[in-house]
Design a protein around this ligand. Structure first.
Ligand SMILES: [Zn+2]
Ligand SMILES: [Zn+2]
Length: 153
């Protein structure tokens, strides 16, 4: 169905991800994972649904939600909560996603960043509280440069 794409060798093979998670490879799962993989990584469920319908016109929104929550439970995608109505999904193929997010309240842009300071903080907390840390989320919201410029016009 999908010939191997030349170019991006780093693109994770979504069927392999499913098999590694011991999930059956179904067209819906492959499709959703591919949509999430091929985007900038931060689509919300409605957008995923819209794109999925372009390929499978009969897919339902509830299938999309069900599949997303399964993929999330299996650790293949990560759900990002920027505010109550905006959940974004991104691929989490390495098992550990060590990046964090800046979220623009105006246009919804999501900018990823990495910071050694976050690692330092979690290491310090682990020591100080003798706590085994599983996850640390840093989500910073505000206005991106483009939206700030528009405010000043
Ligand atoms: Zn913005
Ligand atoms: Zn991200």
């Amino acid at each position: 169905m999908n010939p191997p794409q030349n170019g991006n060798a780093e693109e994770p093979n979504v069927s392999r991800l499913l098999r590694r998670a011991e999930l059956r490879v179904t067209p819906q799962r492959v499709l959703l994972l591919e949509i999430i993989r091929d985007s900038d990584g931060h689509l919300d469920a409605d957008e995923i649904y819209r794109q999925a319908r372009d390929h499978h016109p009969r897919i339902s929104l509830s299938t999309v939600y069900r599949t997303l929550s399964l993929l999330k439970e299996m650790g293949l995608v990560r759900e990002l909560d920027f505010d109550e109505d905006h959940r974004h999904y991104e691929l989490c193929d390495s098992g550990e996603c060590k990046h964090y997010h800046l979220y623009c309240l105006e246009c919804g842009a999501v900018i990823e960043f990495e910071s050694p300071l976050v690692n330092e903080l979690t290491e310090q907390l682990a020591r100080e509280y003798d706590f085994e840390i599983a996850d640390c989320r840093v989500a910073v919201s505000g206005l991106c440069p483009r939206c700030r410029e528009e405010h000043h016009d």
